[in-house]
Ligand binder design. Structure first.
Ligand code: TA6
Length: 300
């Protein structure tokens, strides 16, 4: 049982960071500083909202999201860990790993010298994680809220044997309408699609989404930009420590088939994800760490 009063005693920061209950079910924190407002749920260490001042919301959250233990939150930035997609050999294990299905511990809140707010979380191995994955590990998620949102997942191998994992910062972006956006930054990159066989090269500089797409772009560290002509803004998505960028939109049919999003949700979000998977599986020797980061903000 999480004690919200105790969290506020230990980690609230004046008017800047506060902990509260979310829909009577989960525990979350709000950040309000000189740059932006943000919300992060402790369940999944899940960033749900990031709104720089004088701007519309950057992240998309499903109005039909479950906020229930055992179910992932739909929207925001799910942390997929320690595997991305279905489990390699056991389809009974949860899609995208258990990281988004467990409470993460708050380790730190701080105001940095530039006025940005830092919130730290960790999820370390326990009997609960070992029921899914045998390794000793510690995963730390650091979120920095300023004019940009910086999210970094650092995983350390605490076992005596090497370990391997895959992961994603599976960000959902709030857009005006799918037909009014383009995604740039991936021209020349090779990709495979989950929805059609073969390998492709991204020829055109702009990706336009006109149907369901699950594209995994390989060997790219490029910054991407979502250009939104109706909202008249560009969302800049930088990343580090990730060799794969996934672009996902469910399209009309899958959108209607997914319980926790509205039928027309595909019109209003696109995911551009910092991923480690496929040929970019992370292999850690004992004691080694790896960080995967995303830097999200508006192009001025
Ligand atoms: O990252 C793309 C993807 O793996 C898609 O295949 C799609 O299913 C999506 O993630 C959402 O997965 P979820 O388990 O959250 O419904």
């Amino acid at each position: 049982m999480i004690d919200i009063d105790e969290l506020n005693d230990r980690f609230s920061l004046g008017g800047v960071v506060k902990f509260a209950e979310l829909h009577d079910k989960l525990v979350y924190l709000t950040v309000a500083n000189q740059y932006a407002d943000a919300q992060i749920c402790l369940y999944g260490a899940h960033v749900m909202s990031f709104r720089p001042h004088h701007s519309e919301e950057i992240l998309w959250m499903s109005p039909k999201s479950n906020f229930q233990i055992g179910q992932p939150i739909r929207g925001g930035i799910p942390v997929c860990f320690p595997w991305f997609g279905p489990h390699k050999s056991d389809s009974a294990k949860p899609q995208h790993g258990f990281g988004r299905l467990m409470y993460w511990e708050v380790t730190e809140t701080a105001v940095k010298t530039n006025g940005k707010t830092l919130v730290g979380f960790k999820l370390c191995s326990s009997d609960e994680t070992k029921a899914y994955w045998p390794h000793d590990f510690c995963a730390e998620l650091t979120v920095i809220i300023g004019k940009t949102l910086e999210v970094s997942l650092k995983v350390t191998n605490q076992s005596a044997e090497p370990l391997e994992y895959t992961c994603a910062l599976h960000s959902y972006y709030n857009i005006s309408a799918i037909e009014d956006i383009t995604i740039t930054g991936l021209q020349g990159a090779r990709y495979h699609s989950q929805l059609e066989p073969g390998e492709f090269i991204q020829d055109s500089p702009k990706i336009e989404i006109r149907k369901a797409e699950t594209r995994h772009y390989h060997n790219t560290i490029a910054t991407c930009m979502i250009e939104d002509s109706l909202f008249k803004r560009k969302i800049r998505i930088g990343k580090a420590g990730s060799g794969i960028t996934t672009v996902w939109n469910p399209g009309k049919d899958a959108s209607a088939a997914i319980d926790d999003m509205p039928n027309d949700a595909y019109l209003h979000f696109v995911c551009v994800e910092a991923v480690n998977a496929f040929e970019d599986v992370i292999k850690l020797a004992p004691g080694e760490s790896h960080s995967t980061s995303a830097m999200i903000g508006l192009e001025s």
